[in-house]
Design a protein around this ligand. Structure first.
Ligand code: DAH
Length: 339
């Protein structure tokens, strides 16, 4: 009778060396597969004498069963081991610090827009927005900008049709407000405006804020009082304003408003070009013709209006030398502005 102890020893020692699923299936091929060592034993049947064949066959089957059992045990051991390894590999340490992602911040123009809005809202201004596409009437004619005025020139205005255009300022918001509301009126109209102009301090698209106050007894003093309050909140408590005579078709008198230089305190520096003053906006007393164009009686009511360029305020406040920086999407630049 053939002794299978040698094969059994081999199976035992080979199986004990198996360390993972791949080696396990190699083992199975080598010993338990169709062409494996144990199946090979059956081939020896030919040389076994007929009377011993049944015993031999039974013994081979016993070896196969024995090896299969060992294999099954090893298989569950390996499965468990591999699962454990996988859990270890995929484990997440919830106590690890999270990857840092820089929080987004507002664009400097948005930041200053919000600050300006909140200053004027604090003085009781209602904030309104109007269309960026305007017609000649609202953008020019009813604001007393007559047909031959240079600001209508092709070089400044983006005309869309003979009558429609991209608004060149937020001042048409004055007309739209006075058409819709009766005095007392106190509105702030922020928005994008468009002009065919581009250099270090001009962009074809920029932001303005229009202010309009209409009531009985409104004077230039009210304008200066409000603007004093505005510049103090934007540029610091000691900032003063100075009004210089100017000309706009929709205001009479018209003024250009300067602020005392917040860089040098008025002594003269490169920011204020040695003058101690910086020009920040235009304004004035609403022209009687404009009130009449909106069916408001100039004998009863008067108004003040102003227009502020948001980019200019932002450039002054942060010392930004070039308009192009607002539109370059340079994250190193943009990340510097925090509310
Ligand atoms: N609309 C003028 C501009 O864009 C700015 C302006 C000046 C607005 C005087 C006003 C004002 O309301 O009274 O240049």
């Amino acid at each position: 009778m053939k002794d299978f102890s040698e094969i059994k020893e081999q199976v035992k020692s080979k199986l004990s060396e198996v360390a993972d699923g791949v080696q396990l299936s190699e083992f199975w091929q080598k010993y338990l597969g169709k062409t494996g060592v144990i199946s090979g034993l059956m081939k020896e049947m030919k040389s076994v004498p007929p009377e011993e064949k049944p015993t031999f066959g039974k013994a081979v089957n016993e070896v196969r069963e024995w090896a299969q059992n060992l294999y099954n045990e090893k298989q569950s051991e390996i499965k468990e081991y591999e699962l454990k390894k996988r859990y270890e590999r995929e484990a997440v340490d919830v106590t690890m610090p999270a990857l840092k992602r820089a929080p987004a911040n507002l664009h400097p123009i948005s930041l200053i827009t919000q600050q300006m809005i909140s200053v004027f809202a604090g003085m009781g201004f209602e904030v309104l927005e109007y269309p960026e596409i305007e017609d000649d009437d609202h953008n020019f004619t009813r604001l007393n900008v007559l047909k031959d005025h240079p600001s209508r020139d092709m070089q400044d205005t983006f005309w869309l049709t003979e009558d429609l255009l991209l608004r060149t300022h937020t001042s048409p918001g004055q007309i739209r407000t006075m058409d819709a509301e009766k005095p007392p009126i106190k509105v702030l109209v922020p928005g994008k405006v468009f002009r065919s102009d581009s250099d270090a301090t001009h962009s074809p698209m920029f932001m303005q804020m229009e202010g309009l106050v209409v009531d009985k007894g409104i004077t230039l003093c009210d304008l200066q009082g409000m603007l004093d309050q505005f510049v103090r909140q934007m540029f610091g408590g000691g900032t003063k304003t100075r009004l210089r005579p100017s000309y706009f078709p929709f205001t009479e008198p018209s003024v250009e408003v300067d602020v005392s230089c917040f860089e040098c305190g008025g002594k003269g520096c490169s920011l204020c070009k040695g003058t101690g003053w910086i020009e920040v906006l235009g304004g004035g007393v609403v022209n009687k013709k404009v009130l009449e164009n909106c069916n408001i009686d100039p004998e009863v009511y008067s108004g003040l209006a102003f227009g502020i360029g948001v980019e200019r305020i932002t450039m002054l406040k942060y010392g930004i030398p070039n308009m192009g920086m607002f539109f370059a999407n340079d994250l190193d630049f943009l990340a510097q502005f925090k509310a």
